[in-house]
Design a protein. Structure first.
Length: 318
């Protein structure tokens, strides 16, 4: 009897890899990020017109339950935005090798496999499982969509796991346990000071802003922002590659890769993006008065408005 032909298609970049769910080529059926998902309007971040101009960003790419907006010159996402429904979890069983694919809608503006050499991982900006909810067809399409290069950025292996993964897991598991709806924005901090490595300027930090509504109280909108850094690891990789670190200054003080909970306004200042109501002191959990806030233990690179996270339990969630 003839062998059954596989429905999984090989990646164009490495024929040995297979995607366990093929990417749906009909991009017209994607709704993308829903700004009304929380019951109040939480729109996509906007360029501030100074650090980041609207012309720097490509039109928004809609996927299943999330959206991506690419930076024209950096060929990485300026930001991603995903809706998570904790009460509608869908869980697949089994999985094959990862297969990353080019989105044909912005083929010339994506950073692909040649940039992802050791010690850097292909870091999901929208976590693989974040948009995976709803009925089977929708959930599996969403999971496959997270494997577009548009949703990828170079993350040092130490940042990718455990720090970035720990924060992602915390947000997703909290949403699932509480059955809440959550909107999450993520992206790299894109700076002119980022060093070149393997043909791409590697971001020195990544940010995330989480938005939700408080259940059983006043239904108020809440937000939480944080940054995860990879400064010393990137610098070590650059020096090991015998590259010229033109973007690095001697007065910079290296610190270990750590997560820093920050005010959303801090992320706005670093990224040139605007988050609307999510950055106001009445909405941003970290900006609201708290007793016993820990002062930063890192000097030089971490502001007084930041709190070092020694473990995932240190995240302040209300």
């Amino acid at each position: 009897m003839a062998a059954r032909k596989s429905t999984r298609r090989p990646t164009a970049l490495a024929g040995s890899l297979r995607s366990w769910v093929p990417i749906d080529a009909d991009y017209g059926n994607r709704g993308g990020f829903d700004p009304r998902f929380l019951g109040v309007t939480v729109g996509l971040p906007r360029a501030d017109g100074k650090r980041v101009k609207a012309v720097d960003l490509l039109p928004t790419l809609a996927y299943q339950h999330f959206s991506v907006r690419l930076h024209r010159r950096r060929k990485l996402a300026a930001f991603t935005a995903v809706n998570i429904s904790g009460a509608e979890r869908y869980q697949r069983t089994g999985r094959a090798e990862d297969s990353w694919e080019v989105d044909p809608r912005a083929a010339a503006f994506q950073t692909t496999q040649p940039a992802y050499r050791a010690p850097f991982h292909r870091g999901h900006l929208v976590m693989r499982l974040d948009p995976v909810w709803g009925r089977k067809e929708i959930a599996e399409r969403a999971e496959a969509d997270t494997f577009h290069w548009t949703n990828c950025a170079p993350q040092h292996r130490r940042l990718n796991n455990p720090w970035w993964l720990s924060v992602e897991t915390h947000v997703l598991e909290t949403a699932r346990v509480t059955g809440q709806r959550v909107s999450v924005f993520s992206g790299p901090v894109l700076s002119i000071r980022d060093p070149w490595l393997h043909g791409v300027k590697v971001p020195l930090a990544y940010w995330k802003v989480v938005a939700w509504r408080t259940p059983g109280r006043d239904g108020g909108l809440r937000s939480l922002g944080f940054i995860v850094r990879q400064d010393p690891e990137v610098r070590a990789a650059v020096q090991g590659a015998r590259a010229v670190p033109r973007a690095l200054a001697f007065e910079d003080t290296p610190i270990k890769v750590q997560g820093y909970q920050v005010r959303v306004t801090k992320i706005e200042a670093l990224t040139g993006l605007r988050f609307g109501r999510l950055s106001t002191a009445t909405v941003d959990v970290f900006a609201r008065p708290q007793a016993g806030r820990t002062r930063s233990v890192a000097r030089g690179e971490v502001g007084a408005d930041q709190r070092v996270l020694r473990g995932i339990g240190d995240l302040v969630v209300e």
